[in-house]
Design a protein around this ligand. Structure first.
Ligand code: AMP
Length: 404
């Protein structure tokens, strides 16, 4: 089965076409700046192979529909295309950031599912409207192809109430659904399943701590293939320190800033989401720039690095406790997790007494593949596993459509 994976943002469409007989990527690319005066499209046939052929377009792309039409024209192009006709597409898989508490698993799109995504817009005001635009556009172009939605929040629906409830008046949960939902679930599930496979175990037979460290950062405790706890909350602001997001702070900071500075809640929300984290601490939000600045003696950059990795360690410690000390492996993924040996080493530094010991030489090796980086005498294994959310979406889409 060929699966087209679509990740529609408010002004972009990221796409990938996969042949699920052997899970290889036939084409991939990005439509950007939809609705702006100058739009752009990148299309790669057979990416990351010797046959890779890249096409770029620069032209106004007024709405998602035009962007999708350009993508389909390229996918079916006589020379540049990878399929003869859209009828070759067996299913479309859509990435959806927030499914609220309704979706524990992927779903085939029908009116009820669309309505449920619409009902969750308050939880993800930027993402869910864009996802709906993507679904509606795809339905118009492929009316006979099953459309599947795969939710970033679904994996975390495995949590028990003690992990997802907030200690606030119960009616806030009942009436307004205020609780922990988590994010990056598709990535956590993918690397957790991969880790189990690489360790020669079934997902249900191992406990893991997964760290998705990219521009957004989150950590999950995974117990027997299910999410037991995760660091992001009602929104993706909670938990670890991120590129521009503060992660955990005293919730009363909101009230204090309002009293002290007369700031509006929306202004504080913006500061915490867009001007905090690494950026707020040292003026940079790319970890590579921060390492370069630390080398030059920048004290604020050094503090930011210390804070990020200290927060990671504290969460690892708390998830070790949540998993009652029974942890098979710690898994690092995403831009920082996959590439940054310094952050990896500092995030587990001093945890040897808890059975966690990294091998400095293995950790320093740069590679695009999955690899183990723990010392031979580490009780807990440590893995670096590249995430692949598109492949996970395509797998879940195929399995649902094929009735597996
Ligand atoms: P992601 O959100 O997974 O795409 O990750 C993006 C982030 O990964 C960037 O903002 C960087 O901070 C970080 N990153 C990417 N490559 C490297 C690298 N080679 N070393 C350190 N950090 C990196």
């Amino acid at each position: 089965m060929k699966v087209l994976v679509i990740n529609a943002g408010s002004s972009s469409i990221k796409y990938q076409m996969l042949d699920m007989t052997d899970e290889h990527v036939m084409a991939s690319g990005l439509v950007e700046r939809i609705g702006e005066p100058s739009g752009a499209l990148v299309y790669k046939a057979f990416p990351d192979t010797e046959k890779e052929a890249k096409t770029t377009l620069e032209q106004p792309i007024p709405e998602h529909e035009t962007g999708m039409k350009l993508v389909i024209d390229l996918l079916t192009h006589p020379e540049k295309g990878v399929i003869k006709d859209v009828s070759e597409i067996g299913a479309v898989g859509h990435r959806i950031v927030h499914g609220g508490d309704k979706f524990h698993a992927p779903a085939i799109v029908d009116d009820e599912v669309e309505q449920a995504i619409e009902d969750t817009i308050l939880m993800a005001p930027l993402h869910n409207p864009a996802h709906l635009a993507g679904i509606r556009t795809a339905k118009r172009f492929f009316p006979d192809v099953p459309q599947v939605v795969v939710f970033d929040t679904a994996f975390h629906q495995g949590m028990e109430p003690k992990a997802y409830m907030y200690a606030m008046p119960y009616e806030m949960y009942e009436k307004l659904h205020v609780r922990r939902y988590g994010a990056h679930g598709t990535s956590h599930k993918f690397v957790a399943d991969e880790a189990a496979r690489l360790m020669g175990k079934k997902p249900e037979d191992c406990n893991l701590i997964t760290l998705h460290l990219g521009n957004g950062c989150s950590m999950s405790a995974v117990k027997g293939g299910r999410c037991a706890d995760t660091s992001m909350g009602l929104t993706p602001l909670a938990g670890l320190i991120m590129g521009t997001r503060c992660g955990d702070v005293d919730p009363a900071v909101y009230a204090y800033l309002e009293r002290a500075q007369g700031l509006k809640l929306s202004e504080i929300d913006m500061i915490m989401n867009k001007k905090s984290g690494l950026l707020g601490l040292c003026g940079m939000n790319d970890m590579r720039d921060i390492h370069a600045a630390v080398e030059k003696g920048d004290e604020k950059a050094a503090l930011a690095l210390d804070m990020v990795t200290y927060r990671n360690r504290k969460y690892i410690g708390s998830y070790l406790a949540a998993l009652e000390g029974k942890v098979d492996a710690i898994v690092f993924t995403a831009g920082i997790g996959e590439n940054d040996d310094i952050v990896r080493a500092m995030s587990v530094q001093g945890l040897e007494a808890l059975g966690i010991k990294i091998d400095p030489e293995k950790n320093a090796v740069r590679s695009k593949g999955a690899r183990a980086v723990h010392a031979a005498d580490s009780r807990v294994q440590i893995w670096v596993i590249p995430t692949n959310e598109e492949l996970e979406i395509a797998r879940q889409t195929r399995d649902l459509v094929a009735g597996n």
